[in-house]
Each structure stands twice: as C-alpha cells, then as structure tokens.
Design a protein. Structure first.
Length: 296
C-alpha cells in the first residue's frame, strides 16, 4: 500500500527541522560525531512517530505546527538512537537499515554508540525548548524518560533479549514485550501531540487509546513483514526474527492468526478516532490503515 500523502508532507517538515537542529550545533560538535548523527537521523523512513505527534496535535485542535515541531524532532531523535543501538553487533547485528549501511558499518562501532548517545540526550534537550508552560514541558520530559527507559522501550528490549532462544507460547507475554519495546514511544507520540494542543480529557484519552492500539498494530505488522517480505521491501535484512529465535506474534500465533489480531488492533485504532475531529482525525485513520497494509 502506498503511504498516505500527508506522511510525505509531515516527513518533509520533520527532516528540515532535524537538519536545522543539527546545523545549529555543528560548530560546537566534533564533525565525525555530528556527521554520524545526521547520517542516521536523515536516513529516510516514514517518520511514523513524528507524524503521530503532529496528527494528534491537529486532531485535538492544535493550529500552530511550529510550536509542536521540537517534540516531533525529539521523538525521532529518541527512535533513531534506539535503531543505531539495535543494529550493533552485540544486539541484532544488522548491516542494513532503510536500504543503507547501518551507522556502525558506515562509520565504526565507537562512533555509532556515541552518535546514538548524543541523539538520546538531544531528544530531552529539545523538549526543554518547547514554547509551552513549564508544567507541560516537565510532564513531557518525565513521560519521555519513562517511555524510553527501563520502564518502557529499554525494559522491553531487555525482555526481548531474555525471551530469545526460549519457547514462548503465550501471546500475552509477546504483547508485554512489545507494549514496552515498541508501543511506549508510539503512545508517547500520541499523548504528546494531544497535550501540546491543550486537548480535552475526551480527546486526550482518545489519542492515548489510539496510541496503544497502533503500538501493537505496528509491531504485529512488523513481525508479519519480517516473515513474509523480502529484503528489498523491508530495506533491511529479512527473516531476522526467526533466525534469532525471537518471540514474535508470528512465532506464537502463526501468520494467519497474527493477521487477524492486526485487524482487531486496526479496528480499535479506528474506534478511538471517532472522538477526534478534523483533518488530524482523518490522518490518524489513514495512518492506521497504512500500518496494517504496508508492504502489500
């Protein structure tokens, strides 16, 4: 399925903002380090997490895109840091990301680790620059720490490692891993957009429900693609999950049942959108369908 047009618009805005952010620091950062940061941060992709920030912001009544842009760049920095680390030889040991050599292959392992560390720190720095109340900034920073750290993404990565080479036959255990590993940053994106728009309680809850559903949908679809898609479609090595004996929705349920669960998560995401209005709500509906059908 072709990506929704609005994703291209959001991605273009995001990439320019990322480039501006790095260029503002280029004179005070070692050139090799910032080159590696830029290489990974601007390596392409659909920019789903920043798109969720922007779409939920607009769906909750937000009007000024420039106000929310630092949060969109922040989540992309945090996500990119995690990808650089995921690709390292001590983790998933991958040579390809988005059709290009991974950061440690393009540069070296030491530079890749430091570039990832710098992007993680930059993610928090950018949230302090938001033109909103101090209370809102503190809330976003705290939630980013929880969602990205030991209680969120990093904790989920640890669960994933511990589950490797074990027989995991519970879909609830797989869900627990991926709610943390993948879902937390997607949920943060949705809730951040709503919070920055000054969403009503109803709108905020709808964005949060959407984020949770899309977080699982994204991972289920990713597991299915890893099993069924080619290296060319994925832009990275195919079949890595099975080769590394990872606990996935496909390994527990099989492809057919995993597809049925993806359909259920898609319906939950669409249901959450009923409480969201305007163009942003339409974008969220389109994005959920794209995530379900990407690669088709």
């Amino acid at each position: 399925m072709q990506a929704p047009r609005f994703l291209e618009t959001y991605a273009a805005l995001l990439e320019q903002a990322c480039l501006d952010t790095l260029n503002q620091r280029r004179d005070v950062v070692p050139s090799r380090l910032i080159d590696a940061m830029q290489y990974s941060l601007l390596a392409g992709g659909k920019r789903v997490r920043p798109a969720l920030v922007l779409a939920c912001y607009h769906a909750s009544g937000g009007k000024k895109t420039d106000i929310v842009m630092p949060a969109a760049v922040s989540i992309e920095c945090m996500h990119t840091y995690s990808l650089i680390h995921d690709d390292l030889p001590c983790m998933d040991d991958d040579d390809l990301r988005r059709g290009k050599p991974t950061c440690h292959k393009q540069f070296d392992e030491e530079t890749a680790v430091l570039a990832a560390d710098a992007l993680q720190a930059l993610s928090f720095e950018l949230l302090t620059d938001l033109d909103v109340s101090a209370e809102t900034r503190i809330e976003l920073i705290k939630n980013m720490g929880v969602s990205s750290g030991c209680q969120g993404m990093v904790g989920g990565q640890m669960m994933d490692i511990l589950a490797s080479n074990k027989t995991i036959d519970s879909v609830l255990e797989v869900e627990r891993i991926h709610l943390h590993k993948t879902g937390e940053l997607l949920r943060w994106s949705c809730e951040a957009g709503a919070r920055l728009a000054g969403a009503s309680e109803k709108e905020f809850n709808a964005c949060s429900r959407y984020g949770k559903a899309v977080g699982l949908l994204f991972q289920i679809a990713d597991d299915i693609l890893d099993k069924t898609a080619t290296r060319e479609v994925l832009g990275k090595s195919a079949g890595k999950d099975e080769a590394q004996n990872k606990a996935t929705y496909v390994s527990v349920l099989g492809v057919t049942k995993a597809c049925e669960l993806a359909d259920e998560m898609h319906e939950l995401a669409l249901s959450a959108c009923q409480d969201l209005k305007g163009e942003g709500g339409e974008h969220l509906r389109d994005l959920a369908t794209y995530i379900l059908k990407r690669g088709q």
